[in-house]
Ligand binder design. Structure first.
Ligand code: UDP
Ligand code: MG
Length: 312
């Protein structure tokens, strides 16, 4: 059983040496325990880092053949870097596990993932049993995100990030998704096959800072929602119908007032109505525009990433 660990790295020079050391130990113990074959590998995907990340990966590779590196020509974001790594190894491995470079996801869960894989699971999700180590803000926003996603009808695994095992078969299925707006947590549950979950405690970042500032978190959540759900558009339509009915009633009411001869006042309410409807229209156009933007990028069929180098 050939296992590949896929680790996206963006400006991770502070954590990489430590991470590599811990992953190497884990792999060695899995190999000596006969769980995985000695040809298994750890693949670091450098997502266009500006620091020494690539130099470190290169040195690791030269020192130890178990480490491989893929360098993306430009920063393409966590999801694209991850996809690049998975697609690069999919023909070679029996299964691949994706995990973050900061090892916030407990690597001891790998044993259990492999156990489930040997029982015939094609996808094993790592699920955070607690988020005590995350800041209250991160925890709150993340949980709100999962709730909103499920309210909008997007199938995701609660408290699962991108720590998961996928078999070769599942990876081949994933490769058939050609969309450019890639949101793996939404796509993977759509694949199907036999799946299971493994629980673990989420730890703290080994070193360095989070590469997901609030701005990226918001755009990530927005990406997830607009890539998978058309409910926002339906909501706008429903609100639009409601407002339209209200305005008809108001029109009737003002006509009655007119025939009763009380028409001079009411300026405020008219202005209010104009602004309310105008504002709503703006909102609707904005949301529709968001989807048109997606269509625009899908039709371009741009490559999701360009590999600059692949050392192995
Ligand atoms: N990452 C990446 N490209 C980016 C941002 C992040 O490849 O543009 C990687 C990062 O190196 C890490 C993973 O995505 O391995 C998760 O990032 P981080 O740990 O900073 O996120 P957090 O745990 O704070 O949500
Ligand atoms: Mg992290």
């Amino acid at each position: 059983m050939k296992l590949f660990l896929v680790v996206p790295c963006y400006n991770e020079q502070e954590v990489l040496p430590d991470t590599a050391h811990k992953l190497r130990d884990k792999m060695s113990s899995l190999i000596s325990g006969g769980k995985i074959s000695p040809e298994s590998s750890v693949v670091f995907v450098d997502d266009g880092s500006a620091d020494k990340t690539w130099e470190i990966i290169r040195a690791l590779h030269e020192h130890d053949g178990m480490f491989r590196g893929i360098k993306l020509a430009h920063n393409k974001g966590h999801q694209n870097a991850l996809l690049c790594g998975l697609m690069t190894v999919k023909d070679e491995c029996d299964a691949a596990i994706s995990l973050d470079a900061d090892l916030q996801d407990d690597i001891n869960a790998i044993d259990e993932m492999l156990e489930k894989f040997s029982q015939g699971c094609d996808i094993v999700y790592g699920v955070r049993s607690s988020r005590k180590k995350d800041s209250a803000f991160k925890r709150g926003t993340a949980q709100a995100f999962y709730k909103i996603m499920s309210a909008l009808g997007v199938e995701t695994v609660y408290n699962h990030a991108d720590y998961r095992l996928m078999s070769k078969r599942a990876l081949n299925a994933l490769s058939q998704y050609k969309e450019v707006n890639i949101f793996l947590r939404g796509i993977v549950p759509q694949i199907g096959y036999k799946t299971d979950v493994v629980y673990y405690e989420r730890g703290e970042r080994l070193a360095g800072e989070s590469k997901y500032p609030l701005k990226k978190m918001i755009s990530f959540a927005f990406e997830g929602i607009t890539s998978f759900s058309v409910k926002p558009i339906r909501m706008v339509t429903v609100i639009g119908i409601g407002i339209f009915i209200c305005s008809l009633i108001y029109l009737l009411y003002s006509l009655i007032r007119y025939f009763l001869g009380e028409t001079v006042r009411g300026w405020t309410s008219i202005i209010f109505a104009i602004l309310a409807v105008g504002g709503l229209q703006m909102l609707s156009i904005g949301i529709i525009g968001e989807y048109i933007g997606k269509i625009y990028f899908e039709t371009k069929e741009r490559p999701k990433y360009i590999v600059e180098e692949y050392i192995k």
